[in-house]
Design a protein around this ligand. Structure first.
Ligand SMILES: Nc1ncnc2c1ncn2[C@@H]1O[C@H](COP(=O)(O)OP(=O)(O)OP(=O)(O)O)[C@@H](O)[C@H]1O
Ligand SMILES: [Mg+2]
Length: 354
């Protein structure tokens, strides 16, 4: 057993329940929860094995694998799936179909959404059998209107193969996710049911503390463990990371461990670092224009920037490049109709507090 799975608390019942819903007729479900709540780990460690046990072929696609290229993300996800089942099939068929494309790796595959379609088709073997597609960080597809063609390709695949293909969409975009979900519903998520992703409970903390005991032979205080889990918004990430840090540092008291951990991980410090890495114009656009709700391409905004930065002239192109940089870094999301918003409300809060 590797280190990762030793710390993994199985969520078999939840995975079974979702699969039952999918079997009972739902074609797709959408699971949206806050960051670091365990969605990805759930897909990979719980849902995948159980779906496989039920005879489904599974593919996990993560749109953050390469943020600038969602088509690549699709083909990679499918490659991993097919390679585990039948390595030769992928090599032979896919490279045959797309030989020219593959040899030109520098090509922007975004321009070829049909490649994603071709790759998806390869999941459907002639023998039949169901397929479970898991799309992670799905909100990313809503971050740029140029991904619409890919969305349409994916949609067509799901619609044409309704009988055999089930999909799970997962993502987080803090509290904005719901808006995106509703807005994009017409396109991609059509028919997907939003299902709850429940927080884990005290049994999860018990499991971790037992694990800690197995490894270190030291007992930690359970009630303190529950308290920390609750205080940190039931984030499995925090408590697992805390316990692993305590193990490394040989700290065997939760109060002491938490204090040490907090010293090491000041979230404001991380935001500060990100903030300082930004160009001045990007900072200004975030703080004054996005948060200040000023129109981006407007003389009022141009004047404000030229004034603050001491520039003679501010052009539309300058603002556009800034927005592109912020989008590439996942700081801003395109909400459509020229509206931009922070991807992370935590970072927005930090900027607001400056
Ligand atoms: N079932 C679990 N058992 C043990 N630890 C877990 C479990 N689920 C999550 N974790 C811990 O929480 C961390 C974060 O989980 P994960 O990356 O799956 O969250 P996420 O919801 O996908 O976050 P994000 O939205 O940022 O992608 C994991 O790296 C792991 O340490
Ligand atoms: Mg994740």
């Amino acid at each position: 057993m590797n280190k990762q799975s030793k710390w993994h608390y199985p969520r078999t019942d939840l995975a079974t329940a979702y699969l039952q819903q999918l079997e009972a007729g739902l074609n797709s479900i959408a699971i949206f929860a806050e960051r670091r709540k365990g969605k990805t780990e759930f897909l990979l460690e719980d849902l995948t094995p159980i779906a496989k046990e039920k005879g489904l072929r599974t593919a996990y696609i993560n749109f953050w694998e390469r943020k600038s290229d969602p088509v690549y993300c699709v083909t990679q996800g499918i490659r991993r799936s097919i390679e585990t089942d039948s390595p030769r099939k992928w090599k032979n068929e896919f490279s045959l179909k797309l030989g020219i494309f593959q040899s030109k790796t520098t090509i922007d595959s975004n321009k070829y959404p049909e490649i994603a379609g071709e790759a998806l088709d390869m999941l459907l073997s002639s023998k039949g059998g169901g397929v479970l597609l898991m799309f992670d960080e799905i909100q990313h597809l809503a971050s740029d209107p140029s991904y619409e063609e890919l969305i349409a390709t994916l949609r067509t695949f799901l619609d044409t193969n309704k009988k055999r293909v089930r999909a799970v969409f997962t993502g987080s975009s803090q509290d904005r996710l719901n808006t995106i979900f509703r807005k994009q519903k017409a396109a991609f998520y059509r028919g997907a049911s939003l299902v709850e992703f429940p927080d884990m409970g005290d049994d999860f903390v018990d499991f971790l503390l037992e694990n800690f005991h197995d490894i270190t032979k030291r007992k930690l205080q359970k009630t303190k463990g529950y308290e920390i889990f609750e205080d940190y918004n039931y984030s499995p990430f925090l408590i697992v990371d805390l316990l692993q840090t305590m193990m490394r540092e040989a700290i065997f008291d939760l109060n002491e461990g938490l204090e040490y951990y907090r010293d090491q991980h000041d979230p404001n410090e991380e935001w500060q670092e990100l903030w300082e890495s930004l160009k001045q114009i990007d900072q200004l656009i975030l703080r004054e224009i996005i948060i200040g709700l000023l129109p981006l391409y407007h003389k009022e905004s141009y004047a404000l920037i030229s004034d603050k930065l001491g520039l003679d002239k501010v052009t539309r192109g300058m603002i556009q490049s800034s927005i592109n940089r912020l989008r590439e870094q996942g700081i801003l999301n395109n909400e459509g109709h020229g509206q931009w918003a922070f991807e992370s409300t935590a970072f927005e809060g930090f900027v607001l507090s400056l």
